[in-house]
Design a binder for this molecule. Structure first.
Ligand code: PEP
Length: 263
């Protein structure tokens, strides 16, 4: 279902009316996690001013340590919904448990499947039934074929509104949090008709790499990028070191403005 074999044209997925697909280079940006109403709104305004059309933000956070901030749950979803009402930006947010899909789908415009859950097949089937577009991160140790099979689980439930997101894979290299597999973008676009975007924030795990990796994503023909921003990353409860700050926004805006208009 997700292969280009029977579907030669590349697909456009619309999220709250915002297209992601061939020729769009959609900018999704916002805080890693919704922490407070003010921090989420400030992050959204930074993102919007730089040209983002979709707001990212986690309410359910999958963390390596059980002692780390796990997200605000439904309170975080409510904050995101308030910020959507104020900014007009549709929301992309993660769901980590099949039991929460109905709840998260009440608030989200696109459901995000994180790298740790890319092969959680019960969760993939549940989001496939939820009637909302789905974004699937590549598993940090997953092959491109496994990633496409994850999308197939969603598509099998009758939901073809699926976006693939390359977010870096685990390699021997320790200089970056993950290794951005930039070749995965054209490879996946040739194998599948689904849009393919890049997460330069979780790939590099470092603020200074986000804009260079965004340039790489644009150069290779990605259909969008998803970027962490934070008004005060020194106090962030989650992934502060990779969040773009106010001082980075002009350069991000310049990159986005240089892109051809969406047709
Ligand atoms: C995220 O985007 O908030 C996230 C946790 O990403 P990943 O699943 O790629 O680590």
């Amino acid at each position: 279902l997700v292969s280009r074999e029977n579907h030669a044209e590349r697909s456009v997925v619309r999220v709250g009316g915002v297209p992601i697909g061939p020729g769009t280079m959609t900018l999704i940006a916002g805080p890693c996690a919704a922490e407070t109403p003010d921090q989420t709104l400030q992050g959204a305004l930074m993102a919007k001013a730089a040209g983002a059309s979709l707001l990212r933000g986690g309410a359910f956070k999958p963390r390596t340590s059980p002692y780390a901030f796990q997200g605000l749950g439904e309170a975080g979803l409510k904050i995101l919904a308030d910020v959507r009402a104020e900014t007009g930006m549709p929301i992309v947010t993660e769901v980590v448990d099949a039991r929460d899909v109905e709840l998260v789908a009440e608030y989200a415009d696109m459901l995000q499947i994180g790298t740790r859950n890319t092969q959680n097949f019960a969760l993939l089937q549940a989001v496939g039934d939820a009637g909302k577009p789905v974004m699937i991160k590549r598993g940090m140790s997953g092959t491109i074929e496994e990633w496409l099979m994850s999308a197939e689980y969603v598509a099998q439930r009758g939901n073809l509104d699926v976006v693939l997101c390359e977010r870096g894979i685990r390699t021997y290299e320790k200089a970056t949090r993950n290794t951005l597999d930039i070749s995965a973008v054209p490879v996946a676009q040739r194998l599948s008709h689904l849009p393919v975007i890049v997460d330069p924030s979780h790939s590099g795990g470092r603020r200074d790499l986000v804009l260079p990796l965004t340039r790489a994503a644009i150069a290779v023909g990605a259909d969008g990028v998803i970027i962490d921003v934070h008004p005060h990353p020194e106090t962030a409860l989650c992934d502060g070191p990779q969040a773009l700050v106010h001082a980075d926004m002009a350069e991000l805006a310049e990159l986005v403005q240089a892109l051809p208009p969406v047709v």
